[in-house]
Design a binder for this molecule. Structure first.
Ligand SMILES: [Fe+2]
Ligand SMILES: [Fe+2]
Length: 229
């Protein structure tokens, strides 16, 4: 017959066994390896799922998505260029350079409107996509102005920066024209061709200005310095 003493002893023994099981469970190297393996598997599964989701999203992308991306990208660039030009115009000295940059800034305003018209043709809201390439070109232009803005080579430095901008635009619009052509977006292609013609003309004008007068004027200081030496 079980006594009260026996029952207390049983409870004590069961509690001790539980404690031992808990202790051995948390400290067993095999169990902890298993836990780590399970965690690693879970992380790997998550990563695989994420990669699969990314791959699936990319699988559904096409040339029209790339065209839309390029449109947002150049829309961002044109707006930033429009904002940056006044500083260059202010720093420019040669009247033909001031006139060329001023007129190209007006053209840029029209280009922004043309890009908005293309968004509309696509049935999309105009949305700028941050473009690090143009940010870098414009930042370099700013730092060149700091270094050369007060020098005899200021105009040459401004043309140097502006031609980097024009060439960036020409390459983007060149690709976009081909995309629009392939996608059968005739009206959009026409807008892009109009803009591309303006960018190419601006670039040619800057080359002529540099070669016909600005570069030669920028060598004056060196000659004077040489004569004084
Ligand atoms: Fe432009
Ligand atoms: Fe331009």
């Amino acid at each position: 017959m079980a006594t009260a003493k026996d029952s207390t002893k049983d409870k004590t023994t069961a509690a001790a066994a539980k404690k031992t099981a808990r202790a051995s469970g948390s400290k067993s190297p095999a169990a902890s390896v298993e836990t780590r393996q399970k965690r690693a598997q879970a992380v790997a599964a998550k990563s695989t799922n994420r990669k699969a989701a990314q791959a699936a999203a990319q699988d559904s992308k096409s040339l029209s998505d790339l065209f839309e991306h390029a449109l947002g990208d150049i829309y961002y660039a044109e707006k930033k260029i429009y904002k940056s030009l006044p500083k260059m115009i202010k720093a420019a000295d040669h009247p033909d350079l001031v006139a060329a940059l001023t007129s190209h800034r007006e053209e840029t305003a029209g280009q922004i409107e043309k890009l908005e018209a293309i968004f509309e043709l696509l049935g999309k809201r105009a949305k700028a996509e941050k473009c690090e390439a143009i940010d870098g070109i414009l930042e370099e232009g700013e730092s060149l102005l700091e270094d050369f803005g007060a020098s005899v080579a200021a105009d040459a430095a401004i043309i140097f920066s502006c031609q980097a901008i024009e060439h960036y635009e020409i390459t983007r619009y060149g690709s976009m024209r081909a995309f629009a052509e392939a996608l059968g977006l005739d009206e959009a292609r026409q807008h892009i061709e109009d803009i591309l013609a303006q960018e190419t003309a601006a670039d040619t004008q800057l080359t002529e200005l540099a070669e016909d007068s600005v570069n030669a004027a920028a060598t004056d200081y060196d000659e004077d310095e040489g004569a004084a030496a």
